[in-house]
Ligand binder design. Structure first.
Ligand code: BES
Ligand code: MN
Length: 456
């Protein structure tokens, strides 16, 4: 069997930035690396073309009566900028202490390596394992998975399975695993405000008409109330309350607000009234400004009135909120608040990622849960407790994995989301890293989970 840390290093070397059209080679390298690993552990591997980045689909067949698990992962990563903030090069992996540094080390190359290694070891130890396994590894997760829905629709027959298994979510401490039982959805758009047909001299024309940056920032400022709530009529109407068991489970994480505050380096929290910061990020929707621009951004000064200003805005959505409906509410509020003397555009950036709820919902055990999935959850409880020292907690997550809702809707499958990355892994940020002890424990636990799913 290969050494997972060496293979992870090789994997990180491929700059597989799905958003960057010039990263085609890195995308191909990462894809072929994964395909090669899966071949080396006995899988039939196919590279499925899509409109943009192909998907790696790999099967280990067997008796149709055996349980079938689909393991999902993504080989693409976020862009590495700002490069000057990295202590080592993002695509030249470096091990410092117990961590491996590099873009994608945690999201999602390390966690995917955990499952490939676990499967490899398990099959080496137990070549007759009565389990069908399919890996489906995409290259567009970080850009919202546009090719994934057509893919699962087309391959529906080959993707009949008992459940989907993945690690693309977080944990709080190395000894406390979290199984994600809900993910936030997303709705993304740009707001562009235009006034004059060209940038103009601010002395010759300043004071005569409205500045687009002023108009834009006034609209943006109107979207929250001073106490931190989203200021859009109806925005919270469909939000479900927090179940008592969820608050109890969250409190078991034993997080300290002061430590979290220091970790972030913020002077204070600003969560809506009635919610701790920890509750807010898991249980409440948000409206965030992801980027804002317009006018002169260079050194020194420039006396100009720009013709345009823009903001990139996203809303994280929680269970029961519909992305389409929220888009309409937000757009309507903005339309009403834009001054009449500017032109504006609202540009959809993604059709919207719905929220996800996955079993086990402890308040209401689902009756239609597949017995294999039930066995997988019990196996996860047991294996995680024995390997990590504590049984997993079941919590909703603040982030989004766009394909989970589609998998449920199209394939009818629930997902077992085995969290593996830590807050200090710096996902999407400079100095991303993955904890190698979590990696080794993850491999052990995953091997046990899959073994129990197959053999009981
Ligand atoms: N692995 C993350 C999602 C995640 C992050 C889950 C943190 C739990 C905790 C995933 O790769 C991701 O970043 N997703 C994007 C989706 C977007 C690009 C459509 C996200 O959540 O912003
Ligand atoms: Mn990810």
């Amino acid at each position: 069997m290969f050494d997972p840390v060496e293979k992870l290093k090789e994997y990180i070397r491929f700059p597989s930035i799905s958003a960057d059209p010039s990263a085609k080679e890195g995308m191909r390298g990462a894809r072929e690396h994964v395909a090669g690993l899966l071949k080396s552990i006995g899988f039939d591997v196919e590279i499925v073309p899509t409109k943009l980045h192909p998907i790696v689909l790999a099967h280990r067949g067997g008796d149709p009566k055996w349980p079938h698990v689909i393991i999902y992962g993504h080989y693409d990563v976020q862009p590495a900028d700002p490069l000057n903030l990295w202590h080592s090069k993002p695509f030249e992996p470096e091990i410092r202490g117990d961590r491996i540094y590099g873009r994608g080390s945690a999201d999602n190359k390390g966690p995917l390596m955990v499952h490939i290694t676990a499967v490899g070891r398990l099959l080496e130890r137990d070549p007759k394992l009565p389990l069908r396994i399919t890996f489906m590894i995409e290259g567009e997760e970080e850009t919202g998975s546009p090719s994934f829905l057509p893919f699962i629709e087309k391959y529906r027959d080959r993707l009949k399975a008992d459940f989907v298994y993945l690690s693309d979510t977080g944990i709080q401490r190395p000894d406390q695993v979290v199984i994600t039982c809900g993910l936030r959805g997303l709705m993304l758009f740009d707001l562009v405000v235009t006034t004059a047909k060209s940038d103009v001299h601010s002395g010759l024309h300043g004071g005569a008409f409205r500045n687009p940056i002023q108009a834009l920032t006034e609209i943006c400022a109107s979207l929250h109330t001073p106490d931190g709530k989203v200021n859009i009529p109806g925005f919270y109407d469909d939000v479900l309350g927090v179940e008592p068991w969820e608050r109890t489970e969250l409190s078991k994480l034993g997080q300290s607000e002061e430590e979290y505050r220091k970790f972030l380096g913020v002077p204070a929290f600003h969560a809506p009234p009635g919610y701790s910061p920890f509750e807010a990020l898991r249980f409440l929707p948000t409206l965030e400004f992801n980027g804002i621009g317009g006018g002169y951004q260079g050194e020194g000064t420039k006396t100009v009135i720009p013709s345009k200003a823009f903001a990139k805005i996203s809303c994280r959505l929680v269970p029961n909120q519909n992305p389409k409906k929220i888009r309409e509410l937000v757009y309507n509020a903005i339309r009403q608040r834009v001054p009449k003397d500017v032109t504006f555009e609202l540009i959809d950036q993604h059709e919207g990622v719905p929220y996800v709820v996955v079993p086990p919902d402890r308040s209401n055990t689902p009756k239609d849960q597949s017995p294999v999935l039930a066995r997988a959850f019990r196996a996860a409880d047991k294996s995680i407790a024995s390997v990590f020292g504590n049984p997993p907690l079941y919590l909703r997550e603040g982030g989004s994995v766009p394909i989970i809702a589609d998998i449920k809707r199209v394939l009818g499958l629930d997902s077992l989301l085995f969290g593996l990355f830590l807050p200090e892994d710096n996902l999407h940020a400079p100095n991303e890293s993955f904890d190698l002890t979590v990696m080794q424990k993850g491999i052990q636990a995953s091997e046990q989970i899959l073994s129990t799913v197959a053999r009981g």
